[in-house]
Design a protein around this ligand. Structure first.
Ligand code: TYD
Length: 397
């Protein structure tokens, strides 16, 4: 029962930053149709036709979670919390990126799974890493080699990236100990709706989960959602606590409360998504108007953070270098490259946040606090940030 409610048009891969703008490079740029649908049976929101993961998670994968202070401290905090609450002996992470979470555990207790070879090479130096895609086959292989089940399987911003839910959850069931817990963190659908943050939809986010959809999926694979935390990472996420159907954990009051909130917000109703798609269209119109008006006044506008999210915005709103002079980003291997599809140059903040800049669009709006702290000079000399979350506006100091 899948029905499409949002069409974000032709999009490149969100992390396919271009090294140059030569004819051959541009000719090879890959585009797909980004459409979002709602499944009225299990309440799952997903990309209508996902991209093949082999195109996405390569040895050139740019994102490094450890580079952000916010993410480093968030992962440290959750590691401490999980140790205290569950005291796990054997831990596995699916999609371990550069090891930002696992670093907080005894290295002998942990196993990492990371298909991006460049990242797996990094974590191999710290702990055992399987440089492969997560699926049933890999789960069986790990069982055979390690000869143990895991008390904690952790996965942040990864499960939503894997199109095949059956492979994901059946594999997890094989690896999880009888009273083990699966902890998943992913962007929250309710936050997307509240924030109008349609930029959470890009090729890697095949699913934007809600509690009501996660509950249905878990039970489909004989697993059970028993608790959840509302967290602030990535502009509003949920941490799901899942166990085997007959494990000892009881459903918490907190989970019931959070689920009630989703039902009250009608996340189980297609009309909610139709209304959201109208708000997205309005947001696009307003952002384009604002940027065009500022440009007419000869203002210099840049974008802050070459995020995957801004790939969706720039391509959907058709924002290119005629409106945005350049994008700044702290990630070394994004600097010197060009944004996917819209070909805006990416440079370091040191170079890019210069005196000529009047406005900076917050591509990395999810790090607003961290950025405002860093860019006090820009603000005090009259520079202003622009956001589209939850509404398009120029932010006051
Ligand atoms: P991220 O939050 O991972 O968003 P997405 O998943 O949409 O890519 O990316 C944040 C990006 O912003 C990352 O490339 C680093 C960059 N960044 C800065 O350039 N300066 C900053 O102060 C912060 C916090 C992030």
């Amino acid at each position: 029962m899948k029905k499409t409610f949002l069409n974000l048009g032709k999009q490149p891969l969100a992390n396919s930053f271009l090294s140059n703008l030569q004819k051959k490079t541009l000719k090879n740029e890959f585009f797909y149709n980004l459409r979002i649908c709602f499944n009225s049976k299990n309440f799952l929101v997903s990309i209508t036709r996902p991209v093949n993961p082999k195109k996405q998670y390569t040895n050139k994968y740019a994102h490094r979670a450890s580079e952000s202070y916010t993410m480093r401290s968030a992962f440290k905090k959750i590691a401490v919390k999980l140790k205290k609450r569950f005291n796990p002996r054997h831990i596995m992470e699916i999609g371990s990126n550069d090891g930002v979470f696992l670093k907080n555990f005894n290295k002998k207790k942990v196993i990492a799974v990371e298909p991006c070879k460049n990242l797996a090479l990094l974590t191999k130096k710290m702990f055992k890493t399987y440089p492969e895609f997560w699926n049933i086959k890999l789960s069986k292989k790990i069982q055979q080699k390690e000869k143990k089940k895991f008390d904690l399987i952790f996965s942040a911003n990864t499960i939503s990236h894997i199109p095949n839910l059956e492979e994901t959850f059946k594999g997890i069931k094989i690896s999880l100990s009888e009273n083990g817990i699966l902890v998943i963190e992913d962007p929250s659908l309710l936050s997307v709706l509240i924030n109008n943050s349609y930029d959470q939809f890009y090729d890697e986010h095949v699913y934007v989960f809600s509690l009501i959809s996660m509950k249905n999926i878990a039970s489909q694979y004989d697993l059970r959602l028993f608790d959840a935390d509302k967290i602030s990472t990535h502009g509003g996420s949920i941490r799901y606590y899942i166990c085997k159907k007959n494990a000892k954990f009881k459903e918490t009051k907190n989970l019931k409360k959070l689920i009630r909130k989703e039902i009250n917000s009608k996340l189980n109703n297609f009309s909610t998504y139709k209304k959201f798609s109208q708000r997205v269209f309005q947001s696009k119109k307003r952002l384009k108007n604002l940027l065009h008006n500022l440009k007419k006044k000869n203002k210099k506008i840049i974008s802050y953070g070459a995020t995957y999210k801004s790939t969706t915005i720039f391509n959907y709103c058709k924002i290119n270098s005629s409106l945005i002079s350049h994008v700044t980003d702290t990630t070394l291997n994004k600097q010197g490259k060009f944004t996917p599809g819209t070909h805006i140059k990416i440079i370091s903040p040191e170079k890019g946040m210069n005196e000529n800049v009047d406005y900076a669009f917050l591509g990395a709006w999810n790090f607003k606090k961290e950025i405002f702290n860093k860019e006090k000079n820009f603000i005090s000399r009259g520079g202003r940030f622009i956001t589209h979350v939850p509404k398009v506006l120029i932010l006051k100091k």
